[in-house]
Design a protein around this ligand. Structure first.
Ligand code: GLN
Length: 290
């Protein structure tokens, strides 16, 4: 019978070889999978690594390892991912929340008053990570989150219920299609923005994620162009549009925002210093206009 420490070493080695991970990352992944098999936290594992692995947990752990070795993302195997300090259920129906998207939430929060009502729209909400993080941090805001996928909305609904978010409304909509009468103070989105022919779509974790949440036409900008063109009809004067994009799309996004009449256009960099979020305000006269 092997101890937890032993199976961790074996699992880590296999993951390191097959997934080409550095040893620390491979060990971390083995720990996450073993914790999931045992139903324990990582802190528990560290103080119990001389325990013997029972048969039930061993079978589960082996199954998780096989799936990971076949390339399935950790977040889908364990069914959750942390984002903005909250835990989100994560299934193959939704994009896995990414740390760089926290920048989008921070920039949105900076533009939503804390003690005043404000209406916010999240387009293509997926797991609900962005909308729920905003709603939790701005209880006075009324957040509407839409997605065209009913499977994604079911995941978002589960997350909203578990995280107890009363100020969130979920709606099936293909971008703005079901929102004819709605006006918002702030519109936020992490749309698909990868070029359709990008070889990365065939590599690593993204192979398992919904293509509709990743790819958007030849230059990756089809949905961003659509959102920027339609957002003005749904924004209150002085409202904001903020969206995530690819590291090399900053200039194009600035242009798209300007062409659609947005002002105060700015691009922000993520923690890796890559241009990641563009934003602009709508509807107030630019300074100096007669
Ligand atoms: N940043 C993601 C990736 O390149 C794409 C996410 C998105 O399209 N919204 O994997």
């Amino acid at each position: 019978m092997a101890t937890l420490a032993e199976v961790l070493v074996q699992g880590g080695q296999k993951l390191g070889q097959v997934q080409v991970l550095d040893p620390r990352e491979a060990r971390l992944e083995a720990q996450i999978l073993l914790c999931h098999a045992l139903g324990v936290a990582r802190s528990w594992l560290i103080s119990h690594d001389r325990d013997v692995l029972d048969e039930v947990a061993k079978t589960k752990y082996s199954d998780f390892l096989v799936r990971r070795l076949a390339g399935e993302p950790i977040a889908y195997i364990v069914g959750k991912r942390e984002f903005f300090g909250l835990e989100f259920k994560t299934t193959p129906a939704v994009l896995i929340p990414r740390p760089e998207t926290e920048l989008l939430v921070e920039l949105a929060l900076a533009r939503i008053p804390e003690y005043q009502s404000c209406s916010v729209l999240d387009l293509g909400t997926g797991s609900g990570a962005i909308a729920i993080s905003i709603a939790k941090n701005r209880p006075q805001a009324e957040v509407t989150a839409v997605d065209q996928s009913l499977d994604a909305l079911a995941v978002a609904r589960e997350n909203a219920e578990r995280l107890e978010v009363p100020n969130l409304r979920l709606l099936q909509s293909n971008w703005f299609s079901s929102l004819e009468a709605g006006m918002f103070d702030l519109i936020v989105s992490n749309p698909p923005y990868v070029e359709a022919a990008d070889p990365h779509l065939q590599q690593g974790d993204v192979r398992f994620e919904p293509l509709s949440a990743l790819a958007s036409g030849a230059d990756g900008l089809d949905d961003i162009r659509h959102i920027a063109a339609l957002a003005p009809a749904h924004l209150e004067p002085g409202g904001w549009l903020l969206f995530e994009h690819g590291w090399n799309q900053g200039e194009s996004c600035r242009e798209i925002l300007r062409q659609n009449g947005f002002q105060e256009v700015e691009i922000f960099r993520d923690l890796a210093q890559l241009e990641r979020v563009s934003l602009g305000s709508w509807g107030l006269e630019p300074c100096g206009t007669p």
